[in-house]
Design a protein around this ligand. Structure first.
Ligand code: ADP
Ligand code: ZN
Ligand code: ZN
Length: 743
């Protein structure tokens, strides 16, 4: 091969195409698809890096104008051909430059220095060693003798032990090596983030329903047609057991498995089951691993030393040689969608990867996304349902409390009369409870009781939140912080106060109402450090507290057999999110929360406090009736042309100059008006974004809706072209297909 097609490491539309370079002869045997290379670029021949994405024998360019590749960056990780294919799929489907797409599928960019494990190994028989040892001793070569005697007992000793505990110098070791007594062995040691090994394999006898799922999927493999599957099963219905069995079957066939799980569910409790069953074939990836640890995990996967990768979104790009199955647990979770460019959805990318690899894609959830359940209804995914809990314990009894009635009855407290009564009962019996505040922010905003002015961040168009018991005001978007204000900046009134609804305030209310109760609080404030999250969970699991109070974090998949009461304090707070997915999110959260109580033998009670007791998301969650919720929600989406009834693309614009951002939005929108469509897309905007200013950048958004995804891709392509032609540099434009959150 004489020429290479190279994507340069500059993220700009202008250079977002492969450039042709000549491969010097000495590099020809070394360069492969995906190699990272150094190249001269541009008029000044600045040296930059790029990735090889293709080869050619000939080129249409004039020979004299083609430049040579300078060198191969040997520290780079060469992405496999497959991943380059996925990168271009991502680039095409979600919009981004090829280099950002490549960086997405290659989360590990640089090899870090590997830890090496050295040992001293005897290469002579025990008899000879002993003889040599005695000779050394007679010559007063004590260190030599010590090491030789030690090797008689143990023919392989850690090098660190030799120089440490045995106090033998490196020189002495070398001289014994010269003498032909021993060898020094160096093995590359891969850092394993989990430090235990000696676990007994555990395998349960699958129930009939579980076995059926495994058998059916296995049958498809045998027929050469593994496809896409959705397991709709309540928490505790045995999905994880099914996943493990499916993985075991693939491993038997010499294949590997990728298991995605939301980062928040990546707890010891969940992972230890995999270690028990599969030992150190398992590797884990999470965002807290250091770059080096992450590299090691990928390296082990590449070399075939591990066969199962567990992790969040990015684990999808594990460079296994023969992935046989991709499993996505809690597939409805919003975190599977990337929030940075390219804004890809792991479920969609996994589907494409599975298709290309001839692997199965297995999704699981107690509350499937509308997208996946819709596909199952249309037969694109095969649906399996698990309805019973395997550990016994019945579904909890759910009470809906109308907060308007509470107010009418003169109860102004955060706790309804029903909830208070049940809490007192639990405290008396020594049973545990959880209180869930359905709120994405953590604490209340501050406003003036006289004129209504809300204290806002000077850099973002959002209200500041109270922290440190009202002493500080913090912006959750940019981190801006200031001291609490004493008087209203607008009217001067001193009646400024926080709107009491955060977890901190509830904790205070709990201390007042139930002074004897031990309360643990879990929210973004109390889980700032690495271990906080696990610490709180294990304290609660050890029954060191009566009440666990928290945000969403507390409802995501933890088993606390002692919990017999779940209080949902303001169920409808997430309904007012101003977002087409808010009913779905509310339903999912409430269903999950309701599933937390009464997991064991003791009967559970759930109290849902709400101002909208008749809202279908709340009614259906209380009934734990997924199918009915799905039907009602789909009618709404179809009526409004929201995903999955149609496809939607958000064009997100931002920039420091408010007018320029507005103008760019209008210019782009009028370009689209010039395009021809069989059916015109619905257009909303350009308009101010929901969060109209963030970090001093003004934000505008345009929405396009169309039944046909490809038509939206055409709009995106046209816009990308315009941005290049118009040489837009100051404003930033991003695309978000079927967004999870409003911009
Ligand atoms: P899910 O993933 O749906 O929440 P799990 O697989 O974690 O469900 O199973 C819930 C509980 O039931 C676990 O404690 C698990 O050990 C147990 N379990 C699962 N399958 C079986 C089975 N076939 N026999 C007995 N216990 C089971
Ligand atoms: Zn005021
Ligand atoms: Zn801010």
């Amino acid at each position: 091969m004489s020429y290479a097609e190279i994507i340069v490491d500059i993220s700009h539309e202008n250079v977002d195409r492969p450039f042709t370079y000549r491969i010097p002869e000495e590099l020809q045997p070394l360069i492969t698809l995906g190699s990272k290379v150094e190249i001269p670029f541009g008029k000044g021949n600045r040296i930059i890096t790029g990735y090889v994405v293709g080869f050619a024998e000939q080129t249409n360019y004039e020979e004299s104008r083609i430049k040579d590749i300078i060198s191969l960056c040997d520290k780079s990780v060469s992405p496999e051909e497959k991943l380059i294919g996925i990168a271009s799929f991502i680039r095409e489907k979600y919009g981004a430059t090829m280099i950002t797409a490549l960086k997405t599928v290659l989360p590990v960019k640089k090899a870090t220095k590997a830890q090496e494990h050295k040992s001293v190994v005897a290469i002579k028989e025990e008899g000879e060693l002993k003889q040599a040892a005695l000779i050394a001793k007679s010559k007063s070569q004590r260190a030599k003798a010590r090491l030789l005697f030690a090797l008689c007992e143990n023919p392989r000793i850690d090098y660190a032990l030799v120089t440490g505990k045995l106090n033998v110098s490196a020189q002495t070791v070398l001289s014994l090596r010269k003498q032909g007594m021993l060898e020094i062995e160096t093995q590359r040691k891969y850092r394993n983030p989990i430090g235990f090994r000696e676990l007994t394999p555990q395998k349960l006898q699958l129930s009939k329903k579980q076995q059926l799922i495994v058998d059916e999927i296995e049958k498809d493999y045998r027929e050469g047609t593994p496809g896409n599957y959705l397991i709709h099963g309540i928490t505790g219905s045995g999905k994880t057991e099914v996943y493990m069995e499916l993985i075991a079957k693939r491993l038997e066939q010499g294949q590997q498995a990728i298991f995605l799980i939301p980062e928040i569910s990546l707890t010891y409790q969940n992972v230890v089951r995999f270690y028990r069953r599969f030992g150190d074939k398992v590797s884990i990836m999470h965002s807290r691993l250091s770059a080096g640890e992450r590299f090691d995990q990928f390296e082990r996967a590449r070399k075939g030393e591990v066969s199962i990768m567990i992790g969040p979104r990015s684990a999808l790009f594990t460079p296994f040689s023969n992935t046989g199955i991709i499993i996505i647990d809690e597939e409805h979770e919003g975190t599977y969608k990337s929030e940075t460019m390219p804004k890809y959805h792991a479920r969609e990318v996994a589907e494409e990867m599975a298709k290309r690899a001839g692997a199965a894609l297995v999704l699981g959830s107690a509350t499937p996304s509308l997208e996946s359940y819709g596909k199952a209804q249309r037969g694109e995914y095969r649906l399996f349902t698990l309805k019973e809990r395997l550990t016994g314990g019945s579904l909890a009894n759910v009470n809906i409390v109308d907060l308007r009635e509470e107010l009418k009855a003169g109860n102004k407290s955060i706790f309804s009369r029903k909830l208070k009564e049940l809490m007192e009962d639990r405290l008396e019996k020594g049973e545990q409870m959880m209180l869930f505040l359905n709120r994405r922010g953590y604490s209340g905003f501050v406003s003036c009781r006289d004129c209504g002015e809300v204290i806002k961040c000077p850099h973002c168009d959002v209200s500041l939140s109270e922290h440190n018991r009202g002493q500080r005001l913090v912006c959750h978007y940019c981190g801006y912080e200031q001291a609490a204000v004493k008087s209203c900046p607008s009217c001067g009134s001193n009646k400024v106060a926080g709107f009491k609804a955060g977890t901190q305030q509830i904790e205070e209310a709990l201390h007042k109402q139930f002074p004897m109760a031990v309360v643990l609080r879990m929210d973004a404030d109390t889980t700032k450090h690495k271990e906080d999250y696990e610490t709180i969970l294990s304290k609660f699991a050890n029954r060191e507290a009566d009440i666990l109070l928290g945000t969403q974090m507390i409802v995501k998949g933890h088993d606390f057999p002692g919990v017999t009461l779940m209080g949902i304090l303001a169920a409808d707070l997430s309904l007012s999110d101003n977002d087409f997915r808010s009913a779905e999110r509310t339903f999912q959260l409430l269903t999950q929360a309701a599933g937390r109580a009464g997991r064991d033998k003791l009967p559970g009670e759930v109290v849902i406090q709400t101002y909208q007791p008749e809202h279908y998301a709340i009614v259906r969650a209380a009934e734990q009736n997924y199918e009915a919720f799905y039907e009602e929600e789909l009618v709404y989406r179809e009526f409004m042309l929201y995903p999955p009834a149609a496809n939607m693309m958000a064009v997100q614009l931002s920039g420091a100059n408010e007018q320029a951002v507005e103008q760019l939005g209008q210019r782009l929108a009028s370009e689209v008006k010039e395009m021809r469509f069989d059916t015109n897309p619905a257009q909303i905007g350009p308009a101010k974004a929901n969060l109209s200013k963030k970090n001093d950048l003004y934000r505008q958004v345009i929405y396009y809706k169309h039944k046909d995804y490809e038509e939206l891709v055409r709009i995106k392509d046209r816009m990308e072209e315009c941005i290049r032609l118009w040489d837009i540099k100051r404003e930033n434009v991003q695309f978000d297909f079927n967004p999870m959150n409003t911009f």
